[in-house]
Design a protein around this ligand. Sequence first.
Ligand code: TYD
Length: 210
Amino acid sequence: MRGKFLSFEGGDGAGKSTQIALLSEALKRSGITRVVTREPGGTPLAEDIRQWVLHETVAINATTEALLIFAARAQHTAEVIEPALEAGKWVLCDRYTDASYAYQGGGRGVPFEVIESLEAIATGGLKPDLTFFLELSVEEGVRRTGGRNSVQDRFEAQENEFKKRVRSAYQRIAAKDPHRVETLDGGKSKEDLCAEIRALVHLRLGVAID
Ligand code: TYD
């Protein structure tokens, strides 16, 4: 049986990494084989592209940025995600295509149709079975990431207006696709969020997790 594909989205500092680690442990306890991965990245080539996209110091044109991210996604999808799902493994991905609609579309203003075309080319239309959107106010996200690392990446360094556009774009995606996207309150404790996520996996995918 094909594995399940779960993605985690949200503004920076929303707690995705923590929840991915907790769900991964819970899946392990339940005997489910899973692959934990991230975007941009997840393969050696895609991780190289991640370095450019997050840390390049010269300006990157918005279309170029989108093309680089989708190049990384094409490689990651073909090399890691599809083979894992085919093999019956679950894939927990820290961000996927929704992030491109939010950051490159909402944040940078790349037209929706351009992102849609790139998605078709890079992923063949592959969508996660379930996406968790961890929502947090921009101010709280900035407060959390500010303390986490002194060197900000190219997105963390953006002004709050950019981050608000990203958040609105995520909210629109969640409203448009309620059967796939679950919005969670990123301000809750990590234990409460983890319990909520496990319950939703049961409800949405019919798989009970310890
Ligand atoms: P993030 O997932 O927040 O990783 P970390 O927790 O290590 O900071 O960082 C990835 C950044 O890349 C994030 O700021 C959003 C950005 N990004 C895009 O702009 N578009 C995309 O399609 C993806 C996947 C990420």
